[in-house]
Design a protein around this ligand. Sequence first.
Ligand SMILES: [Zn+2]
Length: 356
Amino acid sequence: MTDFQKPGTPTDRHQLGAAGMPLNTLADYRPIPADGYGSLFLPDRIAKGYHLEEIQDGAYYVTSGAYDTMFVRTGNGVVVVDAPPLLGENLKRAIAEVTDEPVTHLIYSHWHSDHIGAAGIFAADKPKVIAHDYTREMIQRWPDLGGERGLPVPTDTITESDTLDVNGVRFNLDYHGVNHTPGNIFIYAPQQKALAAIDIISPGWSAFKHCDASENIRGWAEAHDWILGYDFKAVVSGHVNRYGTPEDAKASRDYTNDIVEFSKEALSHGQEFEYIEKIGFSNAWVLWENYFNEMTNYVTKKTLEKVTDNGQTWAQRLAGADVMTKYHAYSVLEALRLEYGMVSGFEKLILPKAGA
Ligand SMILES: [Zn+2]
């Protein structure tokens, strides 16, 4: 067993000091609640490599324990949303478990390879492939997104929101504007009350680093409210190991809003600027690093210390919030300057000096 495999064992391998990032251990963070961690190891998931459950009326949720998606039986063809490589062929096995219908429609949520990169497994079925224009543009620009298998190019694209009817089963393909990526569409089956909104929330967990690696932070933050605008039983979110309920979406929305609000506070008046005198102006990047680190720590502390509306802190409610909040805080702080039109107190302070 290596040091990395021993939970709680500190290791100094690859520690680079200030030039690198710290390597942390399990002991540095809160234990993951049983319902967040344990569901990775449901008996059928261990045996089959995936977990499958019906949401409602022929809509199914399928997960590898890290990546998830949904498909819908229509009575004369299956509509599949995305094909994550970490599900791979197991997605086909999951479909075959409940129906003999062929896959007639494939809908891509967005262009990221980690969610659609295995779509080539359905190529022989020659399904209609539906996506936003921007998704097709990315796939044509970078054909290696699907690896050796290749990635079917969308046959039908949308620019604005649209609807799809497959054998009487309705799908709303909703584009609310740029969010996690440009072209990331929400796929909603109203009769099944099933919504696929990928890479916005992670039910029961904090989102992954930097607002789930989103290209537009403001749009990603707003997308939480878009989710709550639907009448849904399940939101399939792409991660982690169960589908989300309206309660999950609300918790993720409130957590995100807290980070945004504390970041606005930090940018406006949360800074001490004590380091400026010590560092001086000879290395601007050290100055900026301290500026962001101080604000990031302010936002992280405020967010994690807050007692939320159910009496718990965010670290108690969302698994991994104590791991990830600092990364979200940094992304939001940067976005406030780029996407929210805020000018920081730091810039107001240093700009005249920089010109002196
Ligand atoms: Zn993505």
